[in-house]
Structures are given as C-alpha cells and as structure tokens.
Ligand binder design. Structure first.
Ligand SMILES: Cc1cc2nc3c(=O)[nH]c(=O)nc-3n(C[C@H](O)[C@H](O)[C@H](O)COP(=O)(O)OP(=O)(O)OC[C@H]3O[C@@H](n4cnc5c(N)ncnc54)[C@H](O)[C@@H]3O)c2cc1C
Length: 378
C-alpha cells in the first residue's frame, strides 16, 4: 500500500482541529493535513448552541472566554467570511443563597480581569432586563449584555477557508482506525496509510477511547443533550441565553423561535425529548409562563463533550503526539483560543502570558475546578 508522508497530521475537524490547523499555518508551519472521520463540524461542534459567555469562576476559564469572545466578535472581519455574532447577552439565575453568592463572587473576579460589563441583579432587576421571565423563588442572578451566540459551523467554515489559503489540506470521511509509532514518525491507518512527523488529536469526546492506548485515562464522555426549537416566539423581546442554575432550564434565541432544553451532567435513565418537553412545560409555568404551551417546530439532539474537571486537556501526550479536547461543553467559545495557544507551543513560541502547562493531559485528576458548567446532576 502507498504511504502518504506529511509533516503534521491533525485528527478531527471540529472547531478545535480546524482552529489548530489555521493557527499552526499562521505560525509558519507547513505540510499540514487534517483528516476527519465524517464531515467538518459534524461532532459536538455541529450540534452546539454556540453560547459565548464571559461568566466563569476561575481565572483560566475567564481568560479563555475573554479571548474566545474576541475571536467570535471579530471573526467575520478577520476571516472575511460570514460568521454572525448575535449580541443577545447571557443570564444566570438561582434561588439558592450560596449559588447567588458564588455568582456575585465570580462576577467580581470577571470585573477584576477587565470584563466590565457584568451585572449582579436582584429579581426585580432580572424582570426589568427580561420581562417575560417569572422570578418566583429566584434570589438573584448575573447578566452579561455583551455576551452572545454564534453558529460554530460558520466558524469552522471560516477557519477551513483561511487555513486552505495558507496551504493546509483537509480530508473528510477519513477515520483514523489506528495510530502507532513508525520509527521517528507516526503511522495513521484508515482508508489509507499516512505517516506524519507530528500528530495532533483533536478528537472531541472520542478522545478518551482514542488515546487510551497511550496510557491516558481521560474521563471525557458524550452526553446527549435533548433540545427543541420552538415555533416563532417572543417577537421583539430580548432573549439572553438564560439558564436557571437550580433546574437546568435553558432558553435561547434561535432565529425567530427559541432553543429550549434542560441541562444535565448525566441524563436520568430513559431520558429523551418527551420527558424533556414535559419538564420544560412544568418549569416554564413558573419561570417563563408565556412559553409553557409553545408549539415545537423541531427536536434536536447532539452529544456534548462533558467530563473532566472543567478545564480542557491540552498538550503533549508523548513525543510527537499532541492533543486538545475535553471542553466540558464550552469548546465553541474556548476551542479557538486554546487551539491558538497550543499552535504557538507546538511551533516553539509559547504565549508567555498564558501557560498551558497546567492543562497537560497528564495532570492528576482533581475535583471540578470550574463550577459554572451550568448542568445539573441527573
Ligand atoms: C447541544 C450542544 C450544546 C452546546 N452548547 C455550547 C455552548 O453554548 N457554548 C460552547 O462554547 N460550547 C457548547 N457546546 C460544546 C461545544 O460544541 C464543544 O465543546 C466543541 O464543539 C468541541 O469541539 P471539538 O473540536 O473538541 O470536538 P468535536 O466538534 O466533537 O470534533 C471532534 C471531531 O473529531 C472527529 N474524530 C473523532 N475521532 C476520529 C478519528 N479516529 N479519525 C478522524 N476523525 C475523528 C469527529 O468526527 C469530530 O468531527 C455544546 C455542545 C452541544 C452538543
């Protein structure tokens, strides 16, 4: 069989892999081939809600968000490609005093890091911003009007185009079935055989299985998120991406309708669209009465890349083999800046202002460091 030789093989064409391809090429790396098992953006990226928020509780995730916001807000002009930024804002709320206190604490940290537009709201102020919300039982929340929503596949298309312009090659329907050392190079076997001097696995929630042969025990796992798109609703109203942290209730704008879902870390047994919609209707009667009996236009489901400790796994697996994956459901916003950081490290010019050493896939397992994951226990 003919063996194709390349400098760098990137495995996985989600937002992380496509951004990495672009940033590596921008760093001057050449001879890059990205292989994707299915189609570009067909993994978590394609199903993503695309919420982009500054609201996190650890300095690392807040800094990644600052960079992610900048990426998405400027992508359309930087890449001269259609990447729409919907400046809808983001709202978290809770009826639990300890959570409300933690939200305020996180807001303070965000402000101290230069993200000025974060508002700590009481229930009355929440109703002023979002009059269609019912705040019975709510004690407070945090609102970031400059956060927003994107369509991550638009980012994928823009990055692919920009990377191609810098010489990167992309190949779809090319699943890597095995990866093994071949002398100083790596052999990727799939529909053909590729030997690469360097490999970067950007394999999303497949990464735990894909990288286990190298001794890594990652806990990244796919969790189906059952959601629905409603018929037109709340015309003329502001709809921030709204999450009730106590119940997992999520509402966001989707064209002239809404995307609705209940966020879980693990779905309860037997969970699916029917149960989700029942729960939504029950919760909406209190939290968003005008939405309780909305017509549903379409069911949607996609696997979120949950697991880990709230931070992505980024760095060297072993010599010549790198990885980036495990965004805990935040990779649409954090994928591009993390890929840029990794590209700079691989190219030997690490970003001195943000050390990614702490994100090493070999870091010891710790209890969740970032609590603002917004999904409730099943
Ligand atoms: C319903 C839903 C809502 C979400 N909402 C948000 C949100 O509001 N904000 C946010 O920031 N994030 C959100 N996320 C999470 C975000 O979409 C992910 O964190 C992000 O897309 C992960 O990108 P990735 O490139 O790491 O993985 P993926 O997009 O999953 O890409 C991995 C790719 O690798 C390919 N692959 C795997 N194994 C192989 C192999 N052996 N050979 C070749 N190719 C392979 C797969 O086919 C896939 O295309 C959401 C996700 C979902 C599903």
């Amino acid at each position: 069989m003919t063996v194709e030789r390349v400098g760098t093989a990137i495995i996985g064409g989600g937002i992380a892999g496509c951004a990495l391809a672009y940033y590596l090429a921008a760093e001057g790396e050449t001879d890059i081939l990205l292989v994707e098992a299915d189609e570009m953006g067909s993994g978590s990226t394609g199903g993503s809600f695309g919420g982009v928020r500054q609201q996190f509780s650890t300095p690392l995730e807040i800094e990644l968000s600052r960079r992610g916001l900048e990426f998405w807000r400027s992508a359309e002009s930087v890449f001269d490609s259609p990447v729409t930024w919907h400046a809808n804002g983001y709202l978290f709320m809770s009826g639990q005093p300890d959570i409300v206190a933690k939200l305020a604490e996180a807001a303070e940290l965000q402000r101290s890091m230069g993200l000025a537009e974060v508002h700590v709201l009481d229930p009355e102020q929440i109703r002023e911003v979002v009059p269609w919300l019912g705040t019975e039982g709510v004690l407070g929340g945090t609102y970031t009007p400059n956060d927003g929503r994107v369509t991550p596949t638009e980012g994928v298309a823009a990055l692919v185009r920009a990377a191609k312009a810098r010489g990167v090659r992309f190949r779809e329907k090319w699943e890597v079935r095995s990866l093994e050392r071949a002398g100083s190079a790596w052999r990727l076997s799939g529909p053909g055989v590729i030997e690469a001097e360097r490999v970067v696995a950007c394999t999303g929630y497949w990464s735990s299985d894909f990288l286990r042969p190298f001794g890594l025990e990652l806990t990244i796992r796919p969790v189906p998120l059952y959601a629905a798109i409603t018929a037109p609703a709340l015309a003329g109203h502001r709809v921030p991406l709204t999450i009730d942290l106590d119940t997992g209730l999520l509402i966001e704008r989707e064209a002239d309708g809404l995307m609705i879902a209940i966020l879980y870390e693990n779905n309860p047994p037997g969970y699916g669209h029917a149960r989700m919609l029942e729960q939504f209707a029950e919760l909406a009667r209190v939290r968003a009465p005008s939405l309780a009996d909305l017509r549903i236009a379409r069911h949607v489901v996609s696997n979120v890349d949950l697991g880990g400790d709230g931070h992505p796994y980024v760095g060297l697996v072993e010599e010549g083999l790198w990885m980036v994956a495990g965004f805990g459901g935040h990779g649409a916003m954090h994928g591009p800046p993390v890929a840029e950081l990794l590209a700079r490290t691989i190219a030997g010019r690490p970003d001195q202002s943000l050390d990614i050493e702490a994100l090493s896939p070999w870091r010891p397992p710790v209890a969740a460091a970032e609590w603002m994951v917004a999904a409730k226990k099943g």
